[in-house]
Design a protein around this ligand. Structure first.
Ligand code: ADP
Ligand code: MG
Length: 590
């Protein structure tokens, strides 16, 4: 959003309690702020990262109970209560994350449900926290002598934290770890191939969301001056999720909007409905449920995307004009053995997708891997890049066996790839998509830098990474599309984007899976020129491609596969006249 407009909005918001807003609205706004904090965490966790948690209310409870126990029973400052709550939250969220993140599918949602239920009953059954009655008489929070003992003063504290959370989240998302987090959705295979430790990133966002929930609980406890288990049960966990979904789970402002809509509805419906129906009863639950279904049906992305166009849009991250170059890995000397695939085999149940295939690639060589559809070419790529592990055989890269390494470790050694089915983030700018490729080349260790990103201490790193991304886009001829959404590019251009992203990894070996598919003639010529240029710089390239003219003119050597088996290998001219290849590949046409 534009800065002046944001400032005006902030000033107006800050004045609200002072211009005589009725206490009812102040209280309601406070509760919206408390829920916004939790929903903001869910934007990151569920909306951006694609992980679902029903257990956020339990983390709210941890924050509330930690400060209640410390301040009531030990007479300690609420700020120490906050620290204790954060400590317990971070530990428990990390533990839950470690246990569930490596398992795919429904383990995290189920674990958060179990966590939520067990914590609720723990609070309800522990004597020293007052069982189901809870504790009351908590002290107010004070800061530098100022005591937050009224709803109006708490307004500033609560919304101060919401503001901090919004800024922190925006900073995080517009950073190197943020781009890695955004790449988690859709399985994270691409992210791993770019060197992202997706399991760790998932734990990071789970902890981040839990921390926001914990802060909300801490504020809640000192606003209410009492705690009891009921606001921290599973139903509230579900409600927080609803807030994020209704507001717009992919958008930061969606959290605030969703929290606002649900909090107001929850407050207004029980008053309005009985009057409307002329009889008392719990209609709100029914109306609420119906409303949810209607919104999800007609605005599955939430309400915010519908309102968004009425607000000024934030511009995409700009490419810096100049920045120091990123470090470059040493290249092999031309002719040196780079990749050696020996008897690689991959079976899927009874299907032998890759049948004891052997070949090699030398530095500065372009090798084509060709064969009819289903021959096992992409599977071979997946074996080399560690996306799949070979059933048997040995793959060596620069004298090091890489057969058992993860795709992240292989990427770190200098093998970058593109995908036959393009894997990019359609709503992210082309520039930022390409910058994901430079994930491993930041100032911090690849998986760190979260704190630096949140605090915006990553300016120098960002400039270098985005400059590198812009440089690679220029190299592949996509510089004019830099600020477009990646999803708006033609398919051929999306493939070229993937090449730029792979080049951002600073690879020594580049694996391209059908890069020319969908390209027009001139674009193919430009791509061939680019690959020839890369080769002259000492890059080794392994290429899967169906366009025979393209392959024959470009490659130094060809490996031909059919039904998982290598049936020929040689110079393009030899392959063109190889009877076995003609029989298999061209269907026997002479
Ligand atoms: P190509 O890229 O040469 O067209 P692929 O490597 O994609 O071929 O596929 C080779 C064979 O392996 C095909 O028969 C395909 O159906 C099968 N295959 C590929 N991936 C999987 C998988 N994950 N599970 C089961 N079968 C697979
Ligand atoms: Mg394929």
């Amino acid at each position: 959003m534009h800065k002046p407009l944001t400032l005006v909005a902030l000033a107006v918001a800050a004045l609200l309690p002072l211009i005589g807003l009725p206490p009812y609205w102040i209280t309601l706004t406070n509760y919206i702020g408390l829920s916004s904090l939790v929903a903001l965490g869910l934007i990151l966790l569920t909306g951006v990262g694609g992980l679902t948690s029903f257990g956020q209310a339990a983390f709210v409870g941890l924050g509330a109970y930690a400060t209640a126990v410390l301040s009531m029973q030990y007479g300690l400052s609420p700020w120490l209560g906050l620290l204790a709550g954060l400590f317990v939250t971070i530990c428990s969220a990390t533990l839950i994350g470690l246990i569930t993140m490596r398992m795919s599918g429904h383990y995290l949602p189920l674990a958060t449900i179990a966590w939520s239920l067990s914590l609720y009953f723990t609070f309800g059954n522990l004597d020293f926290v007052g069982k189901y009655d809870g504790m009351s008489g908590l002290p107010s929070i004070s800061l530098f002598g100022f005591v937050f003992d009224s709803a109006r003063s708490m307004f500033y504290l609560i919304w101060g934290f919401v503001l901090l959370a919004v800024v922190a989240l925006r900073n995080l998302l517009n950073s190197r770890p943020g781009r890695a987090i955004r790449a988690l959705k859709g399985g994270g295979l691409m992210a791993e191939a770019m060197g992202v430790n997706t399991a760790r990133m998932k734990i990071v966002i789970f902890v981040f969301a839990a921390v926001l929930a914990c802060i909300s609980g801490w504020l809640y406890a000192h606003l209410q001056r009492s705690v009891n288990p009921s606001p921290f049960g599973l139903n509230y966990g579900i409600e927080y999720l609803f807030m994020a979904v209704i507001g717009g789970i992919g958008h930061i402002w969606g959290a605030l909007l969703g929290a606002g809509i649900l909090t107001v509805l929850k407050d207004v419906l029980p008053i309005v409905l009985p009057k409307l129906f002329g009889t008392s009863g719990n209609f709100e639950a029914i109306v609420f449920g119906v409303l949810m279904v209607v919104v999800l049906q007609y605005a599955p992305d939430g309400v915010w995307p519908r309102l968004r166009r009425f607000f000024p849009q934030s511009a995409p991250l700009p490419a810096p004009v100049d920045a120091p170059a990123l470090p470059v890995r040493p290249r092999q000397t031309v002719g040196e053995l780079v990749l050696d695939v020996q008897d690689a085999r991959k079976t899927f149940g009874g299907l032998v997708a890759v049948n004891d295939v052997s070949f090699h690639v030398r530095a500065g060589e372009i090798v084509g891997l060709i064969g009819p559809n289903g021959a096992g070419k992409s599977t071979t790529f997946n074996l080399i890049t560690g996306l799949l592990s070979a059933t048997s055989g040995k793959i060596t890269y620069c004298s090091e066996e890489i057969s058992r390494l993860s795709s992240r470790q292989i990427a770190a050694r200098g093998i970058a790839r593109t995908f036959q089915h393009v894997q990019l983030l359609p709503t992210m700018s082309v520039l930022e998509n390409v910058a994901i490729g430079a994930h491993m080349r930041g100032d911090h260790a690849p998986q760190r830098g979260i704190a630096a990103a949140v605090l915006r201490l990553n300016g120098a790193e960002e400039r270098k990474l985005l400059h590198e991304a812009a440089r690679q886009l220029e190299r592949v001829g996509l510089q004019d599309c830099m600020y477009m959404e990646a999803g708006s590019l033609a398919l051929g251009q999306q493939r070229i984007l993937e090449i730029a992203r792979a080049l951002c990894c600073d690879p020594a070996l580049l694996l391209l899976d059908e890069p020319a598919a969908g390209l027009r003639f001139q674009e193919k010529q430009a791509l061939a020129a680019l690959l020839t240029q890369l080769k002259s710089e000492g890059m080794s390239i392994l290429l899967v491609e169906h366009d025979m003219d393209f392959v024959m003119n470009l490659t130094d050597r060809l490996v031909v596969m059919e039904f998982g088996t290598k049936i020929a290998e040689g110079l393009p001219v030899e392959i063109q006249n190889n009877p076995a290849v003609l029989e298999a590949y061209l269907g026997g046409i002479d």
